[in-house]
Design a protein around this ligand. Sequence first.
Ligand code: 4AD
Ligand code: MG
Length: 461
Amino acid sequence: MQKNIIKNILQFDPKEQEITVNGWVRTIRDSKGIAFVELSDGTTIKNLQVVIEETLPGRESVLKRISTGCSLSVTGNLVPSPAKGQALELKAVSVKVIGEAPPDYVLQKKRHSFEFLREIAHLRPRTNTFGAVARVRSAMSFAIHKFFTERDFVYVHTPIVTGSDCEGAGEMFQVTTLPETDLPMKDGKIDYSQDFFGKKASLTVSGQLEGETYACALKNIYTFGPTFRAENSNTSRHLAEFWMIEPEMAFCDLNLNMDVAEEFLKYIFSDVLENCAEDMDFFNTWISKGLIENLQKIIKSDFKRISYTEAIDELTRAKAKFEFPVKWGADLQSEHEKFLTEKIFDQPVILTDYPKEIKAFYMKLNGDDKTVRAMDVLVPRLGEIIGGSEREADYNKLEQRIKDFDLDPADYWWYLDLRKFGSVPHSGFGLGFERAIQFVTGMQNIRDVIPFPRAVKTLDF
Ligand code: 4AD
Ligand code: MG
């Protein structure tokens, strides 16, 4: 393992000790015959200042080859820096150019727009912003595993290829090896019995249904994996491929489910503030002012919990202008969700008990026969960040709901079986990982918090 990463070096006590460090040049400037190189190795948002003095052997020929973007291996002495801006610097004893970067390297001093950087997704991790996003993403994913592991949840790997539509929304990408022309047909329809799996297959929209089978055996489980949605939503909060964390808990009702969701969000927010302090300072300064203070406020306060019906009342009373009308029975649009969290409550809100028609078939029906035990966690700026529910645990009611949604109970036979043998109340939720990263970093567009975004008409890399 290489210990001399810049993140560690910057914590060293500079006592003229000789070290070797590798990285990429961010900038180079010459001042009175002394060259200053800002070296980055991506392990921290900070650079290491390398000083190349006139006495360095072979100085002229090496300087000619150093430019922004090139990679270097530098051996030198770590000393306290006499100048402002950094506590220490590396006085070079030998400088090796590992890979040159010709002048057409685009990441020069100029700040580029995020839109442009999306077109060079292979180079954007070398910018401050995308380096910071990548480190925060990694730390958050570790925090998520820590949260569940500390609470004895079992991490379950649910399948990517599936034969069932979890959300019943018909937004699935098909997986097939059938030929592009001369499709096998039977009774005027494509004959999927000749396809790879012998039936129609798709990429999963959620690991929940399979997750439930493990929760109904191991009590508390979670999944954390990629999910896919062929939603035609060209917005700053939708991706076609995104990662989702889905805990599922047996012997758990909606109230406990809400408690876990709230504790979970607060845990990962605090963890990132603690473990990614420098990157979070960067986001707070350059991307979204007040970000840190806002997260701290959220960690300390209780989320507001109200029913969908109460939310509709609040929105109606507010008499604000919305693009989509507010009406009991209609799905809330992101403008409504944001209005609730930003204008009315000024904090995260958990909405429960939505009309049954606008939520998935698996949610537990309330006694009123009109609403289901659903919960959405809404946050300022983004709207929905978590969607979840208590699940229908009654065999007959679930079968009826499947039929109401024009789905075929035969396709869900194993899911129904869970309600036949030792059925238990159980609940869970899904956190959109990229939305969580957006919220924590303040990044505006979801395409900038995943390394290689896949969205409608977007598959550039
Ligand atoms: O509300 P959703 O559709 O819920 C489910 O998939 C349930 N099966 C979860 C469960 O109960 N286990 O999605 C959950 C979350 C949303 O709240 C949102 O944060 C995110 O996933 N999400 C998306 N993120 C990015 N792009 C998309 N197209 C997304 N669709 C949902
Ligand atoms: Mg949802």
